[in-house]
Each structure stands twice: as structure tokens, then as C-alpha cells.
Design a protein around this ligand. Structure first.
Ligand code: 3PG
Length: 463
């Protein structure tokens, strides 16, 4: 089998400095032809043999399909290795134009998903990683073990700056560690950015000076570059070095530029991933693991990684993998969908943030997925509480304390009225239930590693 006159499938062991990708593909040609097409079009080849092909190009720069897992005669998983020198140094855009480029336009291909990639340490070494890692985030808040809890002020948009800041203040007073703007709130005319930021920073600072509790407030600065730079300067003038950016909608050039600026000014960067679902869901596009690695590499401090138990798509297994990509240094391959991975020591652990449809009754389930190293953000789950924002915040804080103390939510709710109200209103997903679901998802591909093509939707969101 060959594509464009060359064969790309071979016996090969990826080298330490190779980039590696894993893709799901399905199409109108035999599986091996599809696999070769992916390697060719993302590296040195094209649809026909070339009179200009040189031995050294073929030998040193071609991609190699070193493993395939055939599911049907025209679908399966393809593992491709690329030599380091195939790519431009530090230029992730050029890499994307190869491994997430032309291949998506090939007409024989019906389904294509770049599920994961290995970025060699040699490449990672060129980046400095986050200024605030989990350790420094915990230091700001003053916690050791319990997960952090926070809220997104709701309604998403519409409150005035004064109303917004009052809700944020109540959330902090109720015991939440973090408050964030929603992904679609920046500087609308009914809630000007500076006014909102000013009032909320004042509230956070005054609570800190009264109670000693450090608070994280991340105003959303997402915009075109000159406006983001203005907001960064404003925050520096007000001695507040924390903010939020919508990392996916911004595009990589803007993202890299704004992160570099924020690093220079020593900011904690909270990253919201709104919009990623446009390409991370289903059997077409790019898996979230791919983007997440770029965000950690670029140096955000905390990043949305899904919930598994909340309102957004994503199985418990998948979310556990995203938690691992955020917090671990060595990631061991435990399924066909994700690769072995080692972070360079500069690229320190970042705080995974679970958000989307959360409430206090989901904290045990979340902790089964994440352990204790995560932030649980609840919008509706705080402001929809029977006792309002303060009550919701108290209940949510109590839930995080229960996790830190190793006590069940059920027992903690006997002591904290607001937690009991939350469980009564929204229900309670136990640790045991989540553990069972995780085990079922993992068993699926362990037992059927050669034919896990069925039911992939339940595991990694394919189909
Ligand atoms: C987010 O920013 O993640 C969402 O706005 C979450 O809102 P919710 O907790 O009300 O689902």
C-alpha cells in the first residue's frame, strides 16, 4: 500500500525528540491508504510521486506511521512520528499547519480526529511555563489540601458593575476562594470592565484585610491586543496581578503574545476554554488533550478541564485524563486514545478547573475524578441556592471542606444547613457511583483493545 508513490507505514520506534500524534480516521479508501495519506500530507508527500524528492528529504524529514489499530476495513487509529527537524523551532503555528492542516481537507476522509500529541522535551524547553503553578495558587488562598471552590457571577451578562461586584462580594463572604467573569462578559455598556474590576478588587482586598483569607478574582480581559494591553496596565496600576483570558477563541498568535506580556508582569492567568467544543466533540476535529498541552506549555496557571458530572459533554475517564495532563509530570499511556507524555521541569503543574453545571452535591464525584487538586466553579449552583449567593457559597465551601477532611457530603450536611439545602435541591452523586462509572469506562477498552470501535462515545466523545 502506498500513497502518492511512497509508503509511510513501517516498523519504527519513535525517537526521544520525535513529535508523535494519534488520530482516529474513517474514510472511503482502505484503512492503510488513509493512514499513509495522513502521514504524507502532513509531512513531505502529496498525491503523486515527485521528481523533486531528494534522498535526504525522504530519509530525514518524512513522517512515519509506526503503529495502526484497524477497527474496520476503512477506519481505525493511526500513530505517526515526525522527526524534530521537520518543524520550525518554537513555531507552533507551522506545526499546526502540518499535523492539523491539509489532512482535514482530503476528500476520501469522512471522520478525522487528532486525539493527542507528544511534544518532545527539547521543544518544551524553549518555554518557561506558568508563573503561578498550583503551589503558588494555594499559597494565595492559604490552603493545603481541600479543593478550591469558586463561582461565576450570574446572570452571565446583564448586571451593572455595582450589582455584579455586590454578588462577587457575597460569594467571597460566603467562603468561596475564587470569582470569575463569565466567558462572554468583558466590557459591555451596562457593565464597564474598569468599574466592575475596581469594585470587585476593592471587595476582595477588604475581605482579605478583615479575615486574612486570600481571594482570587480574575477579570476577563479577552479582546484585541491593544485593549488587552490597556487592561493589563490598568491591573498593574491597581496592583492586581490576576486575570482571565478566553484561550480558544483568541487564536494562538494573540494568545502567545498576551501570555508573554502577562508573564513579564508576573500575572496569574486563568484560562477559560469557551468554544473548544466547536472542534473537540465527535469524530471530526481535534481532541481537547491537544489544546490543553499547548495551554500548559504557553504558561496559563489554571485551566478549564471539564467536569464529567456536570452539564458539559465529556466522560469521567476523559476528564480524569485532562486533570492528569494539567497536574502530572509523567503521563503513562493507559488507553489507545492518549499517548505517553513527559512534561519538561519548567512546565510546572497547573490548576485544573471543573466548571459547567456544577453544584455542591457533585463534589464527591468530582473528587473521585480529580483527587483534591482542582477548583470547582459553580455558577447556577451558587446563585440558584435557596438562601441566595451567600448561602450557596457557604454550602459549596462546606462541600470542599468535607472533601479535604475525608468526610462524606451526607455527614457534612448534618452540620451545615446550606450544604443540606443544596443536596436537597440538586441531589447528590456519591464517590462510589462515580468510581463505578470510571471503572466501567476503563474496562471497555482494556478488555477489547482490538475492537473498542463500538461505543467510543461513552469514552472519548467519538461518534
Ligand atoms: C462557566 O464559565 O464555566 C459557566 O458559565 C458555568 O456556569 P454554571 O456553573 O452556571 O453552569
Amino acid at each position: 500500500m502506498a500513497y502518492g508513490g511512497y509508503s509511510y507505514i513501517e516498523k519504527y520506534t519513535p525517537q526521544k525528540d520525535d513529535f508523535v500524534t494519534v488520530l482516529w480516521v474513517k474514510g472511503d479508501a482502505p484503512f492503510n491508504t488513509l493512514a499513509e495519506g495522513l502521514a504524507a500530507e502532513s509531512s513531505v508527500g502529496t498525491w503523486t510521486k515527485l521528481t523533486t524528492m531528494k534522498d535526504n528529504v525522504w530519509k530525514n524529514l518524512r513522517a512515519r506511521v509506526f503503529k495502526t489499530v484497524k477497527i474496520t476495513k476503512n477506519s481505525g487509529f493511526v500513530y505517526i512520528a515526525y522527526p524534530y527537524d521537520h518543524f520550525d523551532s518554537k513555531n507552533i503555528l507551522q506545526i499546526l499547519a502540518s499535523i492539523r492542516g491539509n489532512i482535514y481537507g482530503l476528500k476520501e476522509i469522512r471522520e478525522l480526529k487528532l486525539l493527542d500529541w507528544k511534544i518532545p522535551e527539547k521543544f518544551q524547553r524553549q518555554f518557561s511555563g506558568p508563573k503561578f503553578s498550583i503551589k503558588e495558587i494555594r499559597k494565595i488562598v492559604g490552603t493545603k489540601k481541600r479543593p478550591h471552590v469558586g463561582t461565576i457571577v450570574k446572570p452571565k451578562v446583564g448586571l451593572s458593575a455595582k450589582e455584579w461586584a455586590k454578588v462577587a462580594e457575597n460569594a467571597f463572604l460566603g467562603g468561596l476562594d475564587m470569582v470569575k467573569d463569565d466567558e462572554n462578559l468583558v466590557d459591555q455598556k451596562f457593565c464597564r470592565w474598569e468599574d466592575r474590576a475596581h469594585r470587585t478588587i476593592e471587595a476582595a482586598e477588604s475581605i482579605k484585610s478583615e479575615t486574612g483569607d486570600g481571594k482570587i478574582y480574575v477579570p476577563n480581559i479577552t479582546d484585541f491586543m491593544p485593549n488587552m494591553l490597556e487592561r493589563i496596565d490598568w491591573l498593574v496600576d491597581h496592583d492586581w496581578r490576576m486575570c482571565m483570558i478566553d484561550v480558544y477563541v483568541m487564536g494562538l498568535t494573540g494568545l502567545k503574545e498576551v501570555i508573554d506580556e502577562l508573564h513579564k508582569k508576573k500575572f496569574l492567568i486563568h484560562a477559560h476554554r469557551a468554544g473548544h467544543g466547536a472542534e473537540t466533540r465527535g469524530a471530526w476535529g481535534v481532541g481537547y488533550a491537544f489544546w490543553e498541552k499547548i495551554y500548559r506549555l504557553f504558561g496559563v496557571s489554571s485551566l478549564h478541564t471539564g467536569t464529567g458530572v456536570g452539564k458539559m459533554e465529556g466522560s469521567e475517564f476523559e476528564i480524569q485524563k485532562y486533570a492528569e495532563i494539567a497536574t502530572a509530570t509523567n503521563i503513562k499511556k493507559d488507553s489507545p486514545f492518549f499517548l505517553d507524555f513527559k512534561w519538561h521541569k519548567n512546565i510546572r503543574p497547573i490548576m485544573p478547573v471543573a466548571s459547567g453545571g456544577l453544584h455542591s452535591g457533585l463534589m464527591e464525584g468530582l473528587s473521585e475524578i480529580y483527587g483534591t487538586e482542582f477548583t470547582a466553579m459553580a455558577g447556577g449552583g451558587v446563585h440558584g441556592h435557596p438562601e441566595g449567593t451567600i448561602g450557596g457559597a457557604r454550602g459549596h465551601r462546606a462541600a470542599s471542606e468535607a472533601i479535604g477532611e475525608g468526610v462524606s457530603l451526607y455527614d457534612k450536611a448534618k452540620e451545615v444547613r446550606q450544604l443540606k439545602q443544596a443536596l436537597d435541591k440538586w441531589g447528590y452523586v456519591t464517590r462510589k457511583e462515580t468510581k463505578k462509572r470510571l471503572a466501567q469506562q476503563k474496562a471497555k477498552f482494556k478488555k477489547n483493545s482490538h475492537k473498542f470501535g463500538y461505543n467510543l462515545d461513552k469514552v472519548v466523545g467519538l461518534h
